[in-house]
Design a protein around this ligand. Structure first.
Ligand SMILES: Nc1ncnc2c1ncn2[C@@H]1O[C@H](COP(=O)(O)OP(=O)(O)OP(=O)(O)O)[C@@H](O)[C@H]1O
Ligand SMILES: [Mg+2]
Length: 289
C-alpha cells in the first residue's frame, strides 16, 4: 500500500481536484484506492457527490477514537474507489481536531487497519502546514505538490519543501516528493513560461512530465459531484489525470515495486531561490508501511 498526500500550503492550487481525479483514475486502472478527505471543508466529499447530511461518520471519529478507520469507509460509484469523508460540522469540532492531531501518528496508526486492503491511499490536505497536514505527511510515503503558475505558488512550494525536510528529521524519514504537478496550465502565456522556467531551474527532477491543463470540465464535474472520468471521459482534464495515474503506476513498476523505489528518490531542498542544494536528502530510506 502506498500513501500519497496531495499538499501545498496555499488555497486554490488544485489539491482537491487532483486528489479526487487521481484517485478515480487509479481506481479505473483497477488499483484498489482509498481517498481520504483531510480538509475540514469537505470539498473532496462534495466532488464525489456526498452532502453533509449523508455523512454520518468520518475522519473526525478516527481522530476522536470513537471509530476505527475501517468503520468510516464509504463506497463510491467506482468499484475500486473507497472514500473517507471529513465530518467536521462545527468550529468546536475543528478546534478539537486540531488538538487531537497534535499526536502526529494518529493517521499512520489508523491506516494500519487497512494495510492489506488497498494499493493506494490518496489524502487531500487542507491549505496549511500544521495539524492534520502534519499527520497526513507523517503517514505518507510521498507527496504530490499541485501548483498553478504564479509567484505565490512557487513560494508555497518552497515552504512545503522546507517543511518536508523538518518532517523527515523529526517524524517520517522515508517521505519523498512524488512530484510537482502543474495545474490549471495555460500554454503560451507569459506566467506559464516564467513559472515553468523557475520550476525547471529549481526543481527539475521533481516535475511530473504530465501537466494538467486549465479545463472547465474539471470544475463542472465537481459541481455535479462526480470524478471527471464519470462526467466526460473524453475531456482534456480526464485524459490528463489518466496520464498522471499512468505515470505514477509505471514509475512504481519500473522501480520494481515501492521498496526499491523509495531507496533512490532523494528529497532535495533549494537553499535559496535559484540555488539547488544537492545534499539535503540523500540519506537512504526504507519503507515502513
Ligand atoms: N485544471 C483545472 N482547470 C480548471 N479549473 C480547475 C482546474 N483544477 C481545479 N480547478 C478549479 O479551481 C478551483 C480550485 O481547485 P481545488 O478546489 O482543487 O483547489 P484546492 O487546492 O483544493 O483549494 P483549497 O486549498 O481551497 O482546498 C476549483 O473551483 C476547481 O474546480
Ligand atoms: Mg481543497
Amino acid at each position: 500500500m502506498r500513501v500519497i498526500s496531495i499538499a501545498i500550503p496555499k488555497g486554490g492550487e488544485g489539491k482537491t481536484t487532483t486528489a479526487v481525479n487521481l484517485a478515480a483514475s487509479l481506481a479505473a486502472a483497477e488499483k484498489k484506492t482509498l481517498l481520504i478527505d483531510a480538509d475540514t471543508l469537505g470539498a473532496s466529499g462534495i466532488s464525489l457527490g456526498y452532502t453533509a447530511d449523508q455523512v454520518k461518520s468520518g475522519l473526525y471519529d478516527v481522530f476522536n477514537y470513537t471509530h476505527a478507520l475501517n468503520r468510516v469507509i464509504c463506497k463510491t460509484e467506482l468499484t475500486y474507489l473507497d472514500f473517507i469523508p471529513s465530518n467536521i460540522s462545527t468550529v468546536q469540532m475543528e478546534e478539537r481536531l486540531l488538538r487531537l492531531s497534535e499526536n502526529r501518528t494518529v493517521m499512520r496508526m489508523a491506516l494500519r487497519d487497512v494495510e492489506n486492503q488497498y494499493d493506494y491511499v490518496i489524502i487531500d490536505c487542507p491549505p496549511m502546514l500544521r495539524g492534520i497536514t502534519t499527520n497526513a505527511l507523517c503517514a505518507s510515503n510521498s507527496v504530490i505538490i499541485p501548483m498553478r503558475a504564479s509567484h505565490f505558488s512557487l513560494d508555497a512550494v518552497m515552504r512545503l519543501m522546507r517543511y518536508l525536510k523538518w518532517i523527515r528529521e523529526v517524524a517520517n524519514p522515508q517521505i519523498y516528493v512524488e512530484g510537482i504537478l502543474m495545474t490549471m496550465f495555460e500554454p503560451n502565456t507569459k506566467i506559464a513560461e516564467i513559472t515553468g522556467r523557475e520550476l525547471r531551474s529549481r526543481y527539475s527532477k521533481f516535475l511530473f512530465k504530465v501537466v494538467i491543463p486549465k479545463n472547465s470540465t474539471l470544475a463542472e464535474a465537481a459541481f455535479y459531484g462526480r470524478p471527471v472520468l464519470l462526467y466526460n471521459i473524453n475531456s482534456k482534464g480526464a485524459q490528463a489525470y489518466f496520464e498522471l495515474a499512468t505515470e505514477i503506476i509505471s514509475r512504481e513498476s519500473a522501480a520494481g515495486g515501492f521498496n526499491a523505489m523509495s531507496e533512490g528518490s532523494p528529497l532535495t531542498e533549494p537553499s535559496a531561490y535559484g540555488q539547488v542544494s544537492g545534499s539535503a536528502g540523500n540519506a537512504p530510506r526504507t519503507d515502513q508501511f
